[in-house]
Design a binder for this molecule. Structure first.
Ligand SMILES: N[C@@H](CCC(=O)N[C@@H](CS)C(=O)NCC(=O)O)C(=O)O
Length: 399
């Protein structure tokens, strides 16, 4: 069975894996996972990578996620030229130094630019306030300065005289803000000269092929249909934007942190309509938490949060109909507003049936605000079925 690589070249870690494999003549089947279409949430991809992020590979019955682990695996398995991941202890440590730093050191800052410059204005129809943009730019500039001064320094490449995995991982990240129209190379002579060397080593054709999607993204975003997005303002002043086309915007490089809660069978009596209780199933970084009662969600950093809620009801067999309801409440200064909801009336059938209700909203949440989910009939909620059928995903999108 050929090596399978699950990739979307809009993603910077996917590009590094792609370029590395191509450059080293490693043959593989390109398995496209369209992140914009939400294909990472599909059943098949879940079997390859339960973290549901690209890149991932399948080599026989061995599946591997995480670009850095994949790059090292490929370098070792295919015994690629030593310079990519040198055997020499200190040279290898130099490569590892950059690979360890970049996760937190640049990845977020480059992606944030993409989000602030392209996606937020598209979604909200307004430019991001100048102070927010300046802050994000300052973070990115700090990272680029470190790359120039600490990591490249006076050497042609990060680990010395030859290109390594560190340069490859660095260039794909730096190209992400470039995709949003920000020429980060302007006025940075050292960085530009390094970029030219990296590009020459990779080969211009391969470099351009891998980056053509991201470099065309300004045009792509311009042509996205924003008419499907409803803009609104709740009485609380919390901006609320239900977006039905969310998959297009769910690109984790732009997200700072996320959490996934699954519903717990409630201990309270089964009132028809009531708050659901949650338990944390997966978390990346720490900007949301559950209150002690497990019914309310709060944040430790104010900002725009994308909230996706799904409740699956298990309807019994029968002849009558059932009204189902799902609602997100937003509590602020002693007051509560309903900010999103979904309804359905289902005809009961001769057999049991599943009835999922879901919605997504983009909502600005402050430190003093709380979110809670109510559903009816609570007694019909399915808490058991896997993958999780009653859950909330929250992603922090921007300040
Ligand atoms: N640390 C991971 C990051 C992978 C990652 O964040 N991939 C993003 C694309 S750049 C993704 O698949 N996002 C889809 C999602 O989160 O739904 C790596 O280096 O491979």
């Amino acid at each position: 069975m050929a090596l399978e690589m699950y990739l979307d070249l809009f993603s910077q870690p996917c590009r590094s894996v792609y370029i590395f494999a191509k450059k080293n003549n490693i043959s593989f089947d390109f398995m496209k996972v369209s992140l914009l279409e939400g294909e990472q949430y599909g059943e098949e991809f879940g079997k390859i990578n339960m973290i549901r992020k690209a890149p991932a590979i399948r080599d026989g019955d061995f599946c591997l996620a995480e670009s850095i682990a994949i790059l090292k695996y490929l370098a070792e398995k295919y015994q690629t030229s030593d310079h990519w991941y040198p055997a020499d202890l200190q040279k290898r440590a130099r490569v590892n130094e950059y690979l360890s730093w970049q996760h937190m050191g640049i990845r977020m800052h480059g992606s944030k630019m993409f989000w602030l410059r392209l996606l937020i204005p598209k979604i909200m129809g307004v430019e991001v306030p100048k102070d927010k943009m300046d802050g994000a730019l300052e973070d990115l500039e700090g990272s680029l300065k470190l790359i120039e001064e600490k990591f490249i320094g006076d050497k042609p490449f990060i680990a010395g005289e030859q290109i390594s995995l560190a340069d490859l991982v660095a260039i794909v990240e730096i190209m992400q803000p470039v995709g949003s129209g920000l020429d980060v190379f302007e006025g940075r002579l050292k960085l530009s000269a390094w970029r030219d060397r990296v590009q020459a080593e990779i080969g211009k054709e391969l470099f351009d092929e891998a980056h053509q999607g991201i470099l065309a993204s300004q045009e792509m975003v311009k042509n996205m249909d924003s008419s499907k997005m409803q803009h609104g303002e709740s009485p609380s002043g919390a901006g609320v934007i239900p977006i039905h086309d969310l998959a297009k915007f769910l690109r984790s490089p732009s997200s700072n942190s996320s959490v996934f809660f699954k519903a717990l069978p409630t201990k309270q009596s089964f009132a028809e309509l009531g708050e659901l209780e949650w338990e944390e199933e997966r978390k990346e970084m720490d900007s949301m938490f559950l209150t002690k009662s497990r019914t309310h969600i709060q944040v430790t950093e104010s900002g725009w949060y994308l909230v996706f809620v799904q409740v699956t009801f298990k309807l019994p067999a029968g002849k009558e109909t059932r009204d189902l309801m799902l609602r997100l409440d937003f509590t602020y200064s002693e007051q509560t507003d309903q900010i999103a909801s979904a309804f359905d009336t289902r005809q009961l059938l001769d057999e049991e049936q599943d009835a999922p209700l879901s919605f997504s909203v983009l909502v600005w949440v402050g430190l003093e605000n709380r979110l809670s989910v109510l559903a009816s009939h609570r007694a019909l909620i399915d808490y058991e079925r896997r993958p999780v059928s009653t859950c909330i995903t929250i992603i922090r999108c921007s300040d």
